[in-house]
Design a protein around this ligand. Structure first.
Ligand code: HAM
Length: 444
């Protein structure tokens, strides 16, 4: 039979890559908790309208990338291409009664039909943070600080920059759009078909063009800053001042527009620098403020601000988890020798698995030598064969020091503990855990 490949643009995750994935996801979840975000899990499939109505007709996501399909009843559904619109839909349906501002955290897979390359997949994962009912600019700051400490906790201190812009309020933007239409109108013949379409629907998106000729035109285009209302200007100035006071470095990029249409005021992107991702797919985390999404989805007119980080993009630059797995959990290998011992091992492992912070590697099948080899990385190994079974004992070995002891199950001598208390050369924490383990075994 032929092997079946995974779908283009998707990846299987296992071994070290999975540890790295989990490390990134757990770091985000821990921060979410400390910043008082509540977790929300939303469906992977949604009515396509959730996204069409909000992400923008000219956005690549809606235009080319959304995975949509009629289900068996003919309803047009899609696989979620991002969290924000889905989280807001869920908020409007279920959570509007909660006190504001409401902080919601999510994590999981998203789908976009993109041209796959390093850092760009058709199934990818984000950790996503939204603050709903966020009137004050201080919540934009809180979120940027959260993003900054998230990346620092991942060990990326010297590997990212923050780019910032403001799209102003609705009025600032509609004046700016009018000015852009006037400006680009004179250069219509030089625009790509895609930009011509954007000129009609959303001229701001032309600023995102990667086309060399267009980039020259963009240099000469009017700048958003000229069109801020006083209120929009103050809002943005407050953000920049606060970041300076807090010593958070940023670069103002007035061509930053983001690929989704729901933003207003603050937008930001954290980009990878000095590392493997510097270049094409370098945006590792991105977001901003949005003021019309909640009402567009049938809720009260509430402003919100949020961001998402791409886990796969982070995996390309984060080194192997600095926290060793063994630090949090102790792994015990159980190596039974012979059929009868294997049966007994099931019972023993069942009991030991109830103990917190213990991981049990019950080893069958391989040769004794291979099993001992595999146990080398673990905290301790429990070995027992016929002799131990007959004597109702087990042999316990602490891997780090090689210290071995025979423990009569259910009847261990206190002398053992006293003897070893006098030995100061062993690592204190391991010693304590080893003694605790012996206590557990004695009680079985
Ligand atoms: P986005 O810029 O479309 O924003 O995506 C956020 C992040 O997801 C990107 O910076 C990138 O790290 C990752 N990402 C996006 N597409 C892919 C892909 N095809 N493969 C791998 N990683 C990818 C949003 O999704 C907004 N919903 C963010 C937001 C939250 N704004 C407000 N709240």
């Amino acid at each position: 039979m032929n092997k079946i490949n995974s779908v283009r643009g998707t990846k299987d995750l296992f071994e070290e890559q999975l540890l790295l994935f989990n490390f990134i996801e757990h770091t985000a979840a821990a921060l979410a908790e400390s910043y008082m975000f509540k977790e929300i899990r939303i469906p992977i499939i949604e009515y396509i309208e959730v996204f069409i109505r909000n992400l923008g007709e000219t956005s690549d996501v809606v235009n080319k990338e959304i995975y949509s399909f009629p289900d068996k009843s003919g309803e047009i559904l899609c696989l979620r291409p991002e969290f924000t619109a889905g989280v807001i839909r869920a908020f409007v349906n279920n959570l509007q009664h909660l006190p504001l501002p409401l902080k919601l955290y999510s994590s999981g897979p998203l789908f976009r039909y993109e041209r796959p390359q390093k850092g760009r997949y058709r199934q990818f994962h984000q950790v996503n943070f939204e603050i709903i009912g966020a009137k004050t600019y201080k919540l934009d700051i809180e979120l940027i600080l959260l993003a900054d400490s998230f990346l620092k906790k991942l060990g990326l201190k010297d590997y990212y920059i923050l780019e910032l812009n403001s799209l102003g309020c609705d009025l600032s933007r509609s004046n700016y759009k009018a000015a852009l239409i006037e400006y680009f109108h004179d250069y219509r013949s030089a625009l790509t078909p895609e930009s011509l379409l954007r000129l009609e629907k959303n001229p701001l998106r032309i600023l995102d063009s990667k086309d060399r000729n267009e980039q020259q035109l963009i240099e000469g285009a009017p700048k958003i800053g000229q069109f801020y209302t006083e209120e929009a200007k103050d809002f943005f100035n407050n953000i920049m001042e606060a970041l300076k006071t807090l010593n958070v470095g940023f670069a103002l990029n007035d061509k930053l527009v983001r690929g989704l249409d729901y933003y207003s005021h603050t937008i930001f992107e954290f980009k990878a620098v000095n590392c493997a991702n510097s270049g094409a797919q370098d945006t590792i985390l991105a977001g901003g403020r949005y003021e019309n999404l909640v009402s567009n989805l049938g809720g009260k007119p509430l402003p919100a601000v949020g961001f998402a980080a791409g886990i796969e993009r982070l995996m390309d630059i984060v080194s192997f988890p600095p926290v060793k797995e063994e630090a949090a959990f102790k792994t015990i290998s159980i190596i039974p020798i012979g059929e009868e011992a294997e049966q007994k091992a099931l019972e023993l492992s069942y009991k030991l698995r109830n103990i917190e912070r213990l991981k049990i590697d019950l080893q069958y099948g391989l040769s004794l030598k291979s099993r001992m080899k595999r146990a080398e990385a673990h905290f301790a190994v429990i070995i027992f064969g016929l002799e131990e079974l007959n004597n109702n004992t087990i042999k316990l070995k602490l891997m780090k020091t090689g210290e071995e002891t025979i423990i009569p199950l259910g009847n261990i001598s206190d002398n053992y503990r006293n003897d070893n208390d006098n030995n100061n050369s062993r690592d204190g924490e391991d010693r304590r855990d080893f003694k605790e383990l012996i206590q557990y075994l004695r009680a079985l």
